[in-house]
Design a protein around this ligand. Structure first.
Ligand SMILES: [Zn+2]
Length: 293
């Protein structure tokens, strides 16, 4: 055995126990990813496509819900042969924001509705858009804004998923604005409530809306010391293993810098769950929702 192979064997021996300790080892579906202007500014940037694709690849991320402000970032990732070469499937969502000013006005701005219709008609090089969002409602009553109502009805009519950063009250309001009253629309609750709605309230909403999904980035109370699950969250995940997904939420460049740590963190607590439940939350639920093989 040459010196290189000895070194390689030693490195393998040293990392193998760590790999086991790192928990879940299967594929990941990143259900909340942004590829915004400041990550990639049109020509160069701190995180050009080769950089973000390498981050996904080395973390076993095989599919992403991609959305970006403006939508150019998603179009770019969806168009590149390098994305397919990295083994990453892009599930494109239409972001409602062209710029930061749109965050606080989208729910009543008809030009956003027109922009969404135009993007849906255009599609991407990886196929049609599959969802709308992420959008934010800092005041839940704006779920009843004229454009918010139209977009929720459009999502149900066109079978588009919706990625919504809202509180629990807004979930009820958004659902009420669909023809089925929330029974048929695929709403993904970003962060499963970043304000920390109690587990009992999340449970109640999941029971009320059978297609409601929860994405788990930034979720307060999910994990405790050592990145382990809090018992009440472990119980909820095991009650609804088909209803949760993980996500990076790369809303600022710092999140790209910590992408490895974020994904490793998920693998730690996923590893605490029975393998079948871990695999569902890590991969199967997103893959089933969007037909990713
Ligand atoms: Zn986000």
């Amino acid at each position: 055995m040459g010196i290189r192979r000895v070194v390689a064997a030693l490195a393998l021996a040293a990392t193998a126990p760590l790999a086991l300790a790192a928990g879940y080892a299967g594929p990941l579906f990143d259900a909340h990813l942004h590829y915004n202007e400041e990550a990639w500014n049109g020509t160069s940037g701190p995180h050009p496509p080769a950089d973000v694709l390498a981050r996904m690849q080395r973390n076993g991320v095989k599919a992403i819900v991609s959305n970006s402000r403006p939508n150019d970032g998603t179009h770019l990732l969806a168009s590149l042969p390098q994305t397919r070469a990295a083994g990453v499937t892009v599930v494109p969502f239409v972001r409602l924001y062209r710029n930061r000013a749109d965050y606080d006005n989208w729910f009543r701005d008809d030009s956003i509705y027109e922009m969404v219709r135009a993007e849906l008609a255009r599609g991407t090089d990886s196929g049609p858009f599959r969802g709308l969002g992420e959008f934010h409602l800092y005041d839940s009553t704006n779920a009843n804004g004229a454009v918010a109502k139209k977009l929720m009805a459009l999502a149900e009519e066109k079978n588009l998923a919706v990625l919504a950063h809202v509180d629990d009250a807004a979930i009820d309001l958004l659902m009420a604005n669909t023809p089925s009253k929330g029974q048929k629309v695929r709403l993904i609750w970003a962060h499963t409530g970043i304000g920390g709605a109690p587990v009992s309230r999340v449970d109640q909403l999941f029971a009320k809306y059978p297609l409601l999904m929860g994405e788990l980035s930034y979720r307060p109370g999910l994990t405790c010391e050592g990145g382990k699950l809090y018992p009440e969250w472990r119980d909820l995940l095991l009650k609804y293993p088909a209803r949760f997904m993980i996500g990076s939420d790369t809303w600022v460049n710092q999140r790209w810098q910590y992408y490895d740590e974020l994904m490793k963190g998920y693998r730690v607590w996923l590893g605490e769950l029975p393998p079948e439940a871990a695999r569902k939350i890590a991969w199967d639920n997103g893959a089933a929702l969007f037909g990713v093989k």
